[in-house]
Structure formats: structure tokens, C-alpha cells
Design a protein around this ligand. Structure first.
Ligand code: AMP
Ligand code: GLY
Length: 426
């Protein structure tokens, strides 16, 4: 079997790394891939949003299965294009990817099918937005409706700030078309957790839970990022909560999509708040999380490629997951200045030394090879983690590996999984 992984981050490196061990895979491709994946996959220079370019690659190389990492190609219709060309794809169609691509659509689905989520209002006008603010109390939670690379959410303490943000989104179009419509919703307090399940459109196979750290600085200070670290499993999600999430959120959502005539296949990632009233959906994603994948895939004992194929072929009912009880922690090493502007091209040192730490797992994100050296080439550069018998052990090993790596301007959070390692909740 020939498999293509679409994407070029640490998430896709983790997917490739796991699939490279699979003897049924003859060849792996990555589009566009990165320096870390090049050992296991042929990296082809095609951009993730080049739908026809990727589909042509699949036909030219007779690729049997395409696994899509990021949301952009899904929302742009890559799965539809591949299905039209008679190819198998792991990832939802454009209609099904609306779960992530349109927050207002996802909200309305939740309302119509009783999927627990924060109460919300959607509007396209300043007038409507001001009225909507009256219905909620501070802090105000406002979201650009469309894809905004994780930057389209604002939580502000007062009404004036809320109005400024809304005006910027609706009138000045700071988020472009993604902010032409905005969702204003109730602020939920509690503990955040990410839930992952596979689906072939009908059956749902729960994977596991993870927690990620979105803010750039220790103690959740500073702006949101793509994610600065993660760990899995999450010790404070008990069996009863896990069942509730599976039945009331994951299964109900897949059934709802079926009823809507947009069967959902691929991985369903629900961002949840565990509130006093039970788990509630903050957002859906139509793909694996980054950096959550880097801590889930290493725990997946069963064959990842077979599970992806089962989702694509529609026979997931025949499969089970076999997750290791071990814990996994990953720490993102980012360029100085990230998530704002940063420089690239700095040599990365200590990769081999880091790899020699017991249980260490090093996944590349923004890296490139230059004259036999690995250099920085993006905001998030590496995802450095480790497996261990519990969170504390995995965490200690991950930070030991981190301490052996260096590049100019390197920044990372020093508190990833710190509370969980001490038995706390976030
Ligand atoms: P989202 O992209 O919708 O997951 O939002 C980004 C982050 O904003 C989430 O990870 C939460 O930390 C926070 N957030 C989003 N919606 C809410 C809400 N309704 N109440 C409290 N925090 C929220
Ligand atoms: N970890 C956040 C995301 O993948 O969207």
C-alpha cells in the first residue's frame, strides 16, 4: 500500500513515524513534509491548499490512501476531489468539514441535535452583535465564524473591548471573510480537555483524551498559539465522564452529520470544557490536533494506517484500538518571537543527544535541511516529548530531552503537564 500524508508539521511527522513501522506500507509520501519526515517518506513540494496538485500527485503515484493532516485542504474540498477520482481518503468531505470550517454551522448543529455546547448567538451586523452582547455577561467570548488559524477567538473582560473586537471583525474585516459572521457565546468555566474519536461515517471508535496548552507563556500567559505542548492520557477524565463525552458528544455528532446528509469520516476532535453541568463543546475540529497527535500516536498500539484505511473504506466496526496505558508528554520548541514575527535559518543543535533520552520522541515541525544541517524554518520548530509509565516520568524525560536541544532564540513553556504530574487538573 502507498500512503500520502498531507501536511508539514509535527503532527504529520508523528503520523509518518508510526506508519513507517507498518510492513503493509510499501511507500510513504508527504506533501510538503519537512526535514524530519524525509527519512521515512518522499517529500513532494505541493502546498497543502493546492487541491488539484495533491489529487494529481495521488493519481500520478497511484497512492492508495491519503491521510489529511490540516483543516485547510479539508474545508477546501480535498476529500471530495479524491473521492471523485476514485481514491481513498482519511478525512471528511467539504460538507462534513463544516463542523470545523463554520463555527455558526457547528453551533446550530449542536442546538438542533442536543449536543451540549455553550449557548450562543451568530450575527453578521454590528447592530446584531450589540444586541447579542446584552444577552451575555462578561467575560465576553467572541469567535470569527470561519477558519482563522487559531487566532479568531477573543475573550475580553468589558463591553468596550468587545465592541472594538466586533467592529474589527465585522467592519474592518481583520479576519477577512472568516470574520464576516461572528459567534458570541456564553463564557464557560471549568477544565479544558480534547477528545478524539475515529469514524467511518457510521461507527465511532473513541481514541483517547489529551490536554493541550494554547497560550505562549508559562501559567497560560500571553497570546494564543497553535499549541505549545500536550499530554495524554488525562488522569482527571473518569470513566463516567468519558462515557458521557462519547455518547452525548462524539456519537451524537456523527449521527447528526448522517442525518444532515453529510456523513463524517476521519477523526473527530472535540474541544470540551468540563463544567459543573457536565462536558460542553467549545469547538469541533475535523482533523487530528497538533500537538495532541504527538502524544496520542505514540500510545496507539494498533496499526494506525489500518485504522485510517478502515475509516476510508467504511468498515471501522471491525476494529478496536489498543492504547498503551503509558503517558506521553510533548513540549513545543518555538522560534523567538513566535506567535508574532520571528527569524528562521538558525542551526538546531543536540538532536541526537535528545533522542538518546529513554522514551524520547522528537517530531519536526518548522525545520529544513541546509548543507547537511538541520535549521529552523517556522514558528513551531520541534515537538520534543517522551513516553513514561506515568505523567511525571514522561514529563521528566521530555524536559531532559528538551534540555539537550538548542537554537538561537529558542522558546518553550516549562510548565507543560506540570499540574497533571502532581495530580492536579490542568
Ligand atoms: P476555540 O478555538 O473555539 O477552541 O477557542 C480557543 C480557546 O478559547 C479555547 O481553547 C478556550 O480556552 C477558550 N474558549 C473558547 N470558547 C470558550 C467559552 N465559551 N468559554 C470559555 N473559554 C472559551
Ligand atoms: N491543538 C489545537 C489544534 O490542533 O487545533
Amino acid at each position: 500500500m502507498k500512503v500520502l500524508v498531507v501536511g508539514g508539521g509535527a503532527r504529520e511527522h508523528a503520523l509518518i513515524w508510526r506508519m513507517a513501522e507498518n510492513p503493509t506500507i510499501d511507500k510513504l509520501f508527504a506533501a510538503p513534509g519537512n526535514a524530519g519526515m524525509a527519512k521515512d517518506a518522499e517529500c513532494v513540494r505541493v502546498a497543502v491548499d493546492d487541491v488539484p496538485g495533491i489529487a494529481d500527485l495521488v493519481e500520478r503515484q497511484r497512492i492508495d490512501l491519503t491521510v489529511v493532516g490540516p483543516e485547510i485542504p479539508l474545508v477546501a474540498g480535498l476529500a471530495d476531489e479524491l473521492l471523485e477520482r476514485g481514491r481513498l481518503v482519511f478525512g471528511p468531505t467539504k460538507d462534513a468539514a463544516r463542523l470545523e470550517g463554520s463555527k455558526s454551522w457547528a453551533k446550530s448543529l449542536c442546538e438542533r441535535y442536543g449536543i451540549p455546547a455553550a449557548r450562543s448567538r451568530t450575527t453578521t451586523s454590528m447592530e446584531g452583535a450589540v444586541e447579542a452582547l446584552d444577552e451575555f455577561e462578561a467575560p465576553y467570548v467572541m469567535k470569527a465564524d470561519g477558519l482563522a488559524a487559531g487566532k479568531g477567538v477573543a475573550i475580553v473582560a468589558d463591553r468596550d473591548e468587545a465592541t472594538v473586537w466586533l467592529r474589527a471583525a465585522l467592519e474592518q474585516r481583520t479576519f477577512g471573510a472568516a470574520g464576516a459572521s461572528v459567534v458570541i457565546e456564553e463564557f464557560l468555566s471549568g477544565t479544558e480537555v480534547s477528545a478524539f474519536a475515529l469514524s467511518d461515517g457510521r461507527d465511532v471508535l473513541p481514541l483517547t483524551f489529551a490536554q493541550d496548552f494554547k497560550r505562549v507563556g508559562d501559567g497560560d500567559a500571553g497570546p494564543n498559539t497553535g499549541g505549545m505542548g500536550a499530554y495524554s492520557p488525562v488522569p482527571f477524565v473518569d470513566d463516567a465522564t468519558a462515557d458521557e463525552i462519547l455518547n452525548d458528544v462524539l456519537v451524537r455528532t456523527v449521527r447528526a452529520m448522517e442525518s444532515e446528509g453529510a456523513r463524517y469520516s476521519g477523526v473527530l476532535y472535540a474541544g470540551l470544557m468540563l463544567t459543573d453541568e457536565g462536558p460542553k463543546v467549545l469547538e469541533f475540529n475535523a482533523r487530528f490536533g497538533d500537538p495532541e497527535t504527538q502524544v496520542i500516536v505514540p500510545r496507539l498500539g494498533s496499526d494506525l494506517a489500518e485504522l485510517c484505511l478502515a475509516c476510508a473504506e467504511g468498515n471501522l466496526a471491525l476494529y478496536k484500538t489498543n492504547l498503551s496505558p503509558q503517558s506521553c508528554v510533548t513540549v513545543v520548541l518555538a522560534s523567538g518571537g513566535y506567535p508574532d514575527t520571528y527569524e528562521t535559518g538558525f542551526e538546531i543543535e543536540g538532536l541526537a543527544e535528545a533522542k538518546s533520552v529513554e522514551g524520547a520522541l522528537i517530531f519536526h515541525a518548522g525545520t529544513a535541511e541546509r548543507g547537511g544541517r538541520v535549521v529552523t524554518a517556522g514558528g513551531r520548530v520541534l515537538s520534543v516529548g517522551a513516553l513514561g509509565d506515568d505523567v511525571a516520568e514522561a514529563r521528566a524525560r521530555a524536559y531532559e530531552a528538551v534540555s539537550r536541544i538548542s537554537f538561537d532564540g529558542m522558546r518553550f513553556r516549562s510548565d507543560i503537564a506540570a499540574n497533571a504530574a502532581e495530580g492536579g487538573s490542568a
